[in-house]
Design a protein around this ligand. Structure first.
Ligand code: PBG
Length: 344
C-alpha cells in the first residue's frame, strides 16, 4: 500500500490510500466503548461536602448553588444517610455558626456547630462513611479570613497555627475521622499533627489541602459558608495561579514532610496539570476538590439550556479522575454515585 496523505500508519496492509490503523474501530458500539474504557468513577471515591448552619429549623437553599443547602442538624443526618445509601465514600463537613468573632471561637468550642453535628453523624452513620472536617477559621471569624489578624490587619501565620491545633483536637474529640486543613498557613500540617499526637489522636489522618489556589471558583462557597472576607482577599496565603506547577509540588512536599497522610489539589478543573504532576510525584492518596464555582458553572449553563447537564457532570469528573485523582470532592457526589450504582 501507498501511505495516504497524512497517514503514515497505513503500512502495507490497507488498501492504497486508506488507513490500516483505525482508532475508530474500538468506538463503534456502546458495548465496545464500555469494554475498553479505563477511566472509571466509583462511588466509594467520592466525597460530599456538606454545610450545617446553627440555629435554623429549615434547610436554607443556596441561590448560587442550586440543589445545595445549608442543613439543619436534622436535615444533615437525613442527607448523610442518603449519601451512605448511594455508596458515597466520605463526607466533609463545613459549619456556619450563629455567632462569629475575631478569633473564630466557634471553631474549637466543644458546643460549636461542627462539633455538635459531628457527634450526631457519628451516632447516625458512623462506620458507614468517612466523616471528614474542613479545618479552617474563615467560617467562624467575623472578618472572614482564614486566620487571626495582626493589628495591621494581616493574617498572622504563627498565631493562627495555635488556633488550628486547638480546632483539630476539638474536631477529633467530636468524632472526626479525617481532618482537612484548608487555610494555607505555613506549617499548619506539622502544628496539627503535633497537637493531635499530644492528645492521643496519633491514628487520625490528615488530608492536607496542599495545593490550594486563590480562585474565583470559590465564589458560591462564600454564600454557602457565609465567609466572604470583609476586606481584602486570600491572595496573601493561597497560591497564585500564575506560578508554575513546581510551587504546588513544593507545597505538597512540605505537607508530606510535616506528616500529611493524603494531599489535595483545589480547585480541580482549572488545575488538572497540577493534579497530574502531584499524582505522578507522590505515593499517598491524592484528592481533588471540584469546587462551588465549578458546580455553579455547569448548573447555570444547563439551566439556560446551553449544555447537557448530565454529560457535563460526567465529563468533568472523568477528567479529574483521568488527571490522577484517587478521591474527588464534589457537590454532585450523591447523584453521581446513584447513577454509577445503577446497572448499565
Ligand atoms: C476554606 C475553604 C474554602 C473552600 C473550602 N474550604 C473557601 C476559600 O478558601 O476561600 C471552597 C470550597 C468551594 O468553593 O467549593 N475554609
Amino acid at each position: 500500500g501507498i501511505p495516504g496523505p497524512g497517514n503514515p500508519g497505513s503500512g502495507g496492509s490497507g488498501p492504497a490510500g486508506f488507513p490500516a490503523v483505525r482508532p475508530r474501530r474500538l468506538r463503534r458500539s456502546p458495548a465496545l466503548r464500555r469494554l475498553v474504557s479505563n477511566v472509571r468513577l466509583h462511588p466509594a471515591d467520592l466525597v460530599l461536602p456538606m454545610f450545617v448552619k446553627e440555629g435554623v429549623d429549615q434547610p436554607v437553599p443556596l441561590t448560587s448553588m442550586p440543589g445545595v443547602v445549608q442543613h439543619t442538624r436534622s436535615s444533615l443526618l437525613k442527607a448523610a444517610v442518603e449519601a451512605v445509601e448511594a455508596g458515597v465514600g466520605g463526607l466533609i463537613l463545613f459549619g456556619v455558626p450563629a455567632a462569629k468573632d475575631a478569633r473564630g471561637s466557634a471553631a474549637d468550642d466543644p458546643a460549636g456547630i461542627v462539633q455538635l453535628a459531628l457527634a450526631d453523624l457519628v451516632a447516625e452513620v458512623g462506620g458507614d462513611i468517612v466523616l471528614m472536617t474542613d479545618l479552617c477559621l474563615d467560617e467562624c471569624t467575623d472578618h472572614g479570613h482564614c486566620g487571626l489578624l495582626t493589628d495591621a490587619g494581616e493574617v498572622d501565620n504563627d498565631a493562627t497555627l495555635a488556633r488550628y491545633a486547638s480546632i483539630a483536637v476539638a474536631q477529633a474529640r467530636a468524632g472526626a475521622e479525617v481532618v482537612a486543613p484548608s487555610g494555607m498557613m505555613d506549617g499548619q500540617v506539622g502544628a496539627i499533627r503535633a497537637a493531635l499526637d499530644a492528645e492521643g489522636f496519633t491514628d487520625l489522618p490528615i488530608l492536607a489541602y496542599s495545593a490550594k489556589y486563590a480562585s474565583a471558583f470559590y465564589g458560591p462557597f462564600r454564600e454557602a459558608a457565609e465567609c466572604a472576607p470583609q476586606f481584602g482577599d486570600r491572595t496573601g496565603y493561597q497560591q497564585d495561579p500564575a506560578r508554575s506547577v513546581a510551587e504546588a509540588l513544593r507545597e505538597v512536599a512540605l505537607d508530606l514532610a510535616e506528616g500529611a497522610d493524603a494531599v489535595m489539589v483545589k480547585p480541580a478543573l482549572a488545575y488538572l496539570d497540577v493534579l497530574r504532576a502531584v499524582a505522578d510525584t507522590v505515593d499517598v492518596p491524592v484528592a481533588a476538590y471540584q469546587v462551588s464555582g465549578e458546580y455553579a458553572m455547569v448548573e447555570a449553563a444547563a439551566a439556560a439550556g446551553w449544555i447537557d447537564r448530565d454529560r457535563a457532570i460526567a465529563e468533568t469528573l472523568t477528567a479529574i479522575s483521568r488527571a490522577g485523582a484517587d478521591i474527588i470532592l464534589t457537590y454532585w457526589a450523591v447523584e453521581v454515585a446513584r447513577g454509577l450504582a445503577a446497572p448499565r
